[in-house]
Design a protein around this ligand. Structure first.
Ligand code: HSE
Length: 311
């Protein structure tokens, strides 16, 4: 194979209580990469669309470019050159794992074209390098679910230990992306570096409760556990109308609601698609009342991760 088109999905990281350790993939939006082998070494970023000219075409600064570069170095095939086109189908700085989806699509495409020398799971460290370039931290709670699909727990970063947790079939996510932008690096910079024992205990209870709720499955327990006492209080101030939008989601039947990744998108989880649609509309209406436009997405938890698209 000489050329491939790959789609990688957006993701909701943190999932309220699991800062840097929980994330799940959704069916849409997502990013698309077209990767083609070339006869000379080196990666060339030929085209980027959907980014209003904002993403770097320099390979070392581009999340997909660096992920492929690190991957080729690892498998000892830096002699293989590629031409890359990136089609952004989701907003930048939205908290939906935009940089992660590009890195995942890129490294997955490269592995396919190289004849799949590495397993999908083994591609994770290279996609994480994309995150390091994007925000200064190689967190895996977006790249993990975008690469593997499903709901992901990162039990440990060193050594990397990633677990896929089954989710109940009727669990739906509503995501609302208000038309404001939050830079992940800034949103990480404002966080408290130390937390009290009492706060840690509360958060650990919710982390355990959420995993148990997904496995049992117990929708009410999932809802009770979607509480973040560490990160959300600091970041909520970056999102105008946060409290009102969250209240609207709960009033419309959501199990729980919090910030998606570093924001400004908010996500809610609901039982059933009908409720999830109602929740998304109510959240968007709340932003609209503040004069803030938004995009809404409703999706089951994506179980596939990246997929090869027809040419
Ligand atoms: N866990 C990361 C953060 C996700 O919250 O900073 C960024 O999308």
């Amino acid at each position: 194979m000489e050329k491939i088109r790959v789609y990688a999905p957006a993701t909701v990281a943190n999932v309220a209580c699991g800062f840097d350790i929980f994330g799940f993939a959704v069916n849409n939006p997502g990013d698309e990469v077209v990767l083609e082998k070339k006869s000379t070494p080196g990666i060339v970023i030929k085209e980027i669309t959907g980014d209003d000219g904002r993403l770097p075409k320099a390979v070392e600064k581009n999340t997909a470019g660096i992920a492929i570069q690190k991957y080729l170095a690892h498998i000892g095939r830096e002699d293989q050159g590629f031409e890359l086109s990136l089609h952004k189908d989701m907003p930048l700085g939205s908290g939906l794992g935009s940089s992660a989806a590009s890195a995942v699509a890129g490294v997955f495409a490269a592995n396919e074209l190289m004849g799949r020398p590495l397993s999908q799971k083994d591609l994770l460290p290279f996609a994480m390098e994309g995150e390091r370039v994007a925000c200064g931290s190689a967190h895996a709670d977006n790249v993990g679910p975008s690469l593997l699909g499903g709901f992901i727990v990162i039990r440990s970063y060193d050594p990397l230990d990633i677990i896929q947790v089954p989710v109940p079939a009727d669990l739906y996510a509503s995501i609302v992306h208000p038309q404001i932008e939050v830079n992940t690096k800034d949103a990480r910079g404002i966080l408290d570096k130390e937390i009290s024992l009492a706060t840690t205990i509360t958060q650990m209870g919710n982390v355990a409760g959420l995993v148990a709720g997904l496995l049992l499955p117990d929708y009410e327990l999932i809802g009770r556990s979607l509480v973040d006492v560490i990160i959300e209080p600091s970041r909520a101030i970056l999102i105008p109308g946060f409290a009102e939008v969250k209240a609207a989601a709960i009033a419309s039947g959501a199990l729980g609601c919090s910030i998606s990744g570093s924001g400004p998108s908010l996500f809610a989880l609901s039982k059933g698609e009908e409720t999830a649609q109602k929740v998304a509309k109510a959240m968007a209406a709340e932003f609209a009342a503040l004069g803030i436009g938004s995009e809404q997405y409703v999706s089951q938890i994506n179980q596939k991760g990246p997929v090869v698209l027809a040419d």
